[in-house]
Design a protein around this ligand. Structure first.
Ligand code: 26Y
Length: 810
């Protein structure tokens, strides 16, 4: 029996043996690692179940306000280790597995990595859920249960090949299907307007396509605190009617029908290069938002006996980027068409519950929809958005005469398109950016018009990461060392990590930090060998660049530096450089040609460099395929250098920068996103800052004055590298990388790779020199770790709670 969080090995052993026998009809000796994974998940689940029910009961009974976090992405990764740790079961499990002849680490590898997201935005949502539950806040995630997550990446002959991420071939032990809480979502159809006797308008929908949204609930276990929150993922299914005309009709209609409906929760980010693809994405967004808003209203009515005019007292809805913005007109629809509120009252209710987070200033990510597509798929929602726009534009015209010229740039519907960020800003009471610099750019540039009329809505919430996963779980050796030095309080109060500063000049302690890093590097080196057959030197600098592949993130700048070093060594094989291992992990969006070319270039350079005896052990380049949460967890504890080298102004925040810093890597970076705040904390002397500043980049964009060809013509190092792209050194054919070459020279190097090259080289030379002095390096590393508590998502969540959500702890 278990009492509280104290579990004994005898108890766990008995439970595991019991489950293996009952569930698989096997003895422990016969059980596979997979069996053991399912058995452990089963044990954890039965421990969670009661706490989950109790948490829900308390939330329902105590009348507290609830946060609903809506996101198209939740990149939760694996859950077993997390749940064992948070339930207080991790240590006993390690022991029991050993006694039963298993290795826990190997069992954990059996779990599918739930890749229901693409990058930072999705992982942020997952970190937030962890912090909410660990701080006992009533906050829940709502997303889509994609049948296939982000594609699985293979590298074949240097090229990215995408395979479907078929993550649900076996039962997913963490989810519970809740058929009785299904909700109907309607698309297409016609809308009819009637006048009621009291003169008010009534809207009726006809011939709509109805889809069932079935919830699958995943428990979000708080850190050893009995709180279990919920991540609700909706799955799309057809509705079966009892009455059908003929068996044949039913058969054919249903097959096609079923397929097209299941597609709604089929893939994350389906290809949207066709109109059908675009419609599917819009369908997904409405599917998520309609199901969630209907659910919220139902719950509000059940739990609080209050009029909907007081919705904002009990409900706050955070929309994670523009993707769930349709929640705004959907709530308006329900309030007016189902609850019979008039426009003004409905608008008052709506604009008091929504808060919007912007995650990017990149033009291509600011979503718009063609009017016709929108109107056809969501006719009633279109009418509402149209009306929101009319009223907003009128308000601009009459209340802000000085803004009249700006109306076309602010209108929600303009030039044939619906602008989702504008709708989100108009319909929310809060608009936030995700790092200080990013919020400043939103206010002063990208969203300046809106900031001018409603400055009170704008606020900053610098991102954070859960230190419990990104330090305690993935780097237990470092976690233990920290606890040994400052006690375990940092696990719930991460800012206490600052007390590590007093050891940052203590040579004996720094040696301990160093030993931890070396062991982690050895573990990664073993993994690299298993995956690629390449042996890397653990005394070399592990220089890590892991993130989505995008031009603005400038993996290309990194490769240019590698090519430069390679040439230096070829020209002078005795050159005294500190050996380096460059490690990359990155997926490129399937339709993003240049990004895929850059992946190919990294792999071609890797092949060349790794097989050249001239550079021997001084240079290695490793591209690890299929970058995802689980791979990040393997790489981060072993990193010495963290590459955060985006074109200044483009990276809204970054969160990989925080994860790497927390694990003792030193950052080479531009003053972009949260790098700026890392620098404020640790000081310029504890990182390697280089490159153009955000205002310089913006000035070039606005005023011109940069010509990439000038640099190409005058800098021999750059010309040599660029010309290689064209002469076949790194490819089978001479034209292999011409697209990158032309892209840079003929599109004038839009991300300033050439412009920042020299300053990047200098920063790398400084890294090379600094690493030679182990004491200095490890001192800087410890200073970074000590300050990283500031970037715990616990802190970020507390700021959201104080300034936006106003929810109370259980
Ligand atoms: C729908 C499509 C256009 C789209 C799909 C995904 C647009 C954007 C995204 C994802 C954006 C994203 O992941 N942004 C990242 O969010 C992180 C969390 O705030 C930031 O740290 C990071 O700088 C930003 O690139």
């Amino acid at each position: 029996m278990s009492t509280g969080s104290v579990y004994t090995t005898e108890w766990l052993k008995k439970r595991v043996i019991e489950v293996i026998s009952k569930q698989f009809g096997k003895s422990v000796k016969e059980a596979s690692k997979k069996d053991m994974y399912f058995a452990l998940a089963n044990v954890v689940n039965s421990e969670i179940r009661e706490k989950w029910q109790n948490t829900n009961k308390k939330y329902n009974e105590n009348g507290h306000k609830q946060l609903y976090y809506l996101s198209m992405e939740f990149l939760i990764g694996r859950l077993l280790r997390n749940n064992l740790l948070n339930c207080g079961l991790l240590q006993v499990t390690e022991k029991v597995m050993e006694e039963l002849g298993f290795q826990l680490d190997a069992i954990l590898e059996e779990e599918e990595d739930a890749g229901l997201g693409n990058g930072g935005l999705g992982r942020l949502a997952a970190c937030f859920l962890d912090s909410l539950a660990s701080l006992k806040y009533p906050g829940h995630g709502f997303g889509i249960r994609y049948r296939y997550g982000l594609f699985e990446q293979r590298i074949i002959h240097g090229n990215q090949v995408e395979l479907p991420d078929n993550w649900l071939t076996e039962p997913y032990p963490w989810e519970t299907r809740k058929e009785d809480e299904a909700i109907i979502v309607q698309f297409h159809g016609n809308v009819h307007m009637f006048k009621r006797n009291d003169g008010s308008l009534e809207f009726k929908y006809e011939n709509t396509d109805k889809v069932l949204a079935i919830p699958y609930d995943v428990p979000i276990v708080g850190y050893q605190n009995d709180t279990v929150n919920t991540l609700r993922l909706w799955s799309a299914e057809p509705i079966y009617y009892d009455k059908v005309d003929s068996l044949d009709d039913m058969f054919f209609r249903d097959l096609n029908h079923q397929h097209s409906i299941e597609q709604i929760s089929g893939f994350l980010y389906p290809d949207d290069s066709s109109l059908e693809g675009k419609e599917l994405r819009l369908k997904q967004q409405y599917f998520l938002t309609s199901a969630t808003i209907q659910h919220i209203i139902k719950q509000f009515k059940n739990n609080y006996r209050l009029p909907l005019t007081r919705l904002h007292e009990k409900v706050v809805i955070q929309i994670n980027d523009t993707h769930p913005t349709l929640a705004i007109p959907e709530l308006m629809r329900i309030l007016m068409d189902e609850e019979r509120f008039g426009w003004d009252e409905a608008w008052e209710i709506t604009t008091n519950v929504f808060a919007y987070t912007n995650h990017t200033i990149m033009e291509e990510a600011l979503e718009t929809w063609p009017i016709d597509l929108f109107k056809n798929l969501l006719p009633r929602i279109y009418m509402i958005v149209h009306e929101i726009n009319e009223r907003f534009c009128k308000r601009l015209w009459f209340d802000y005469p000085e803004m009249r010229e700006r109306i076309p740039n602010m209108a929600i519907i303009a030039y044939g398109k619906i602008h989702m960020a504008r709708l989100a800003m108009v319909g929310s009471f809060s608009v936030n950016g995700v790092a200080k610099l990013h919020t400043k750019i939103l206010k002063e540039k990208v969203m300046n018009d809106f900031y001018t009329i409603e400055p009170h809505k704008f606020n900053n919430k610098t991102n954070g990461i859960t230190h419990r996963r990104w330090l305690l779980q993935i780097n237990p050796k470092l976690g233990n060392l920290i606890t040994e030095l400052i006690g375990p309080q940092w696990i719930l109060r991460p800012k206490q990590m600052i007390h590590l500063l007093k050891y940052s000049k203590d040579r004996t302690i720094l040696e301990k930090f160093d030993r931890v890093k070396n062991k982690n590097k050895q573990t990664l080196a073993n993994y690299i060998y298993e995956q690629t057959g390449i042996k890397v030197d653990t005394s070399s600098i592990f220089d890590v660049h892991i993130k989505r592949l995008h031009e603005y993130k400038r993996q290309l700048l990194n490769v240019f530096h590698i090519i430069y070093l390679y040439h230096e060594l070829k020209d002078n094989p005795n050159l005294d450089i500190t050996p380096r291992t460059f490690i990359f992990g990155a997926k490129a969006a399937p339709g993003y040609h240049i990004a895929k070319e850059i992946i190919k270039l990294i792999n071609s350079v890797a092949t060349k460099v790794n097989n050249d005896p001239d550079v021997k052990d001084k240079l290695k380049v490793i591209f690890l395929e299929n970058y995802n949460v689980s791979l990040a967890e393997k790489i981060i504890p072993a990193a010495d250098v963290s590459e955060q080298i985006s074109t200044a102004s483009k990276e809204a925040s970054g969160t990989g920068n925080m994860k790497l810093m927390m694990n003792g890597a030193l950052t080479i970076g531009t003053l972009d996103g949260a790098n700026v705040e890392i620098c404020e904390l640790v000081g310029k002397e504890n990182m390697f800052i280089f490159g153009l500043k955000a205002e310089e980049v913006i000035a070039f964009y606005e005023q011109g004055g940069y010509d990439a060809r000038d640099i190409y013509n005058t800098d021999d190092r750059i010309r040599r590298i660029m010309d290689l792209l064209n002469d076949g050194e790194f490819g089978k054919q001479s034209i292999e990388f011409k697209d990158i070459y032309y892209h840079i020279l003929y599109h004038n190097d839009p991300y300033f790779v050439l412009k920042d090259f020299e300053s990047y080289l200098e920063a790398h030379e400084l890294i090379d020199q600094t690493y030679r002095d182990k004491y200095t390096w490890t001192h800087k590393s410890a200073v970074n770790i000590a300050h990283s508590g500031k970037f715990s998502s616990d802190q970020t969540i507390q700021e959201y709670v104080n300034d936006i959500w106003k929810i109370k702890k259980l």
